[in-house]
Structures are given as C-alpha cells and as structure tokens.
Write a new protein. Sequence first.
Length: 229
Amino acid sequence: MEQAPIRVRNLNHYFGAGEARKQAIFDISLTIVRGGLTILMGPSGSGKTTLLTLIGALREVQEGSVVVLGQELNGASETSLVALRRRLGFIFQAHNLHESLTATQNVLMGLEVHGKGNTVKQRAAAAHMLDILGLADRRTYLPANLSGGQKQRVAVARALVSNPEIVLADEPTAALDKDSGHNVVRMLKAMGQSRGMTTVMVTHDPRILEMADRIITLEEGRVVSDTNP
Ligand code: ADP
Ligand code: MG
C-alpha cells in the first residue's frame, strides 16, 4: 500500500510554561489516506486549529510523531519544513491577502512569485484559478474593493494555484455565502478524485459534512469519534 500522506502518532501538545502550562492535544494518532476530504469537528477550544497547524508544519511538534508526505516533522530542520510547506495549500479563517496587491497578484503569491519574475504561464494559471472561483471579472481588483466572500475565494485560489498535495483549511467557508462555500468544497473534492489531492478541513456546516469521506471529532484535545479510523 502507498504511504499515507498524513500519519500522526501519539501526538501531545502543550501551550505555556511552568504553572501556566496547559495541554491542548492528548495522545492523538491518525492516518489520513490520499485523495479524500476529511472533516475535523468539535467545540471551540477542542484543539482543531492546533492539530491542523501541527500537520501543516506551522507549529513545532513537541511530543510524538507527525509524518507529512514522508517527512517526519518532529525534530525536522527549518529548511526541510520550509520545503514541505511549499507542497501544502493553506486556507485559514484570516485570509491574509496583501492589501496593496490585486487579486491576480495575490494568487501569484501562492506560487511564491513576486513582482516582475512571473511568467505568462504563471499569470495564466492564476487567472484560470480565479475564473474557476467565479472571480474572472475581479482579477485586477484590490482586496479593499472585494467583498468578504470574494476575498476568501482569492485566498482559496492562492492556496490551490500551486497544485498542492495536501490542503489544510480552517473554516474556509465561514466567510462565504452558502452556495459559493459549497462550490469551493465541491472543487476540493473533485481535485481529490482527479489528482489525489488530500484535504483536511475544519467546518461545522452540515451540508459540507454530507460531502465528507471521513469525519473526525475532537473534544478537549482528544479524538472522540472517527467515522473511518
Ligand atoms: P479550536 O480550533 O478547536 O477552537 P484551538 O486549537 O485553537 O481550538 O485551541 C485548543 C486549546 O489550546 C484551547 O484551550 C486554547 O485556549 C489553547 N490555545 C490555542 N492556541 C494557544 C496559544 N497560542 N497559546 C495558549 N493557548 C492556546
Ligand atoms: Mg480553531
């Protein structure tokens, strides 16, 4: 069997130090196979974002093992973490668009292309991604002139333009109206089927839950249910 893109073993995570030290993740072990849509659920403060950012190499692994695309993150060098992050797509609640860049330029940031270095092919890829997300007529707009939902879709385009192997999304549809939220998730699912992209998403939207291949529920830093362990 091919190696799973995400493999977590006996993961613990703590915030703070000394008396204030508080455990946020308790002995989580999970294997997520290639190509599916996995949903993380659970009440606020249950550890969903912490787990997602640990998998995304955005937070140092303190205890246990997290292997992503064959790379062990516990003890990994910053260089290998940077290389790994380039193979991932992130869609987080705060869309973090650059206010001084147009929609197309923001999407090009997903290719780590800055200024004049970008090629015709890269600009075409960025434009194509914006088209798919229904923003063809907004390519030259600055974020200040886009609605919340449109900004969120630019952030989705930026995350996907590099053809990431894994997409990590933290409530990506919260700022979207229902229909465009579901279109985004349908697109992620289609990309899972067509080229094996693996998506892990935090959401509470019942209609998105229906599209999931697997639903993992966290409570107080522990996995309390898993539809497909
Ligand atoms: P969720 O995303 O499920 O709402 P989080 O992963 O953000 O939960 O938080 C899990 C727990 O860790 C919570 O108790 C939260 O208060 C705590 N926590 C998260 N981030 C930090 C941080 N940067 N510093 C201290 N505690 C944190
Ligand atoms: Mg969260």
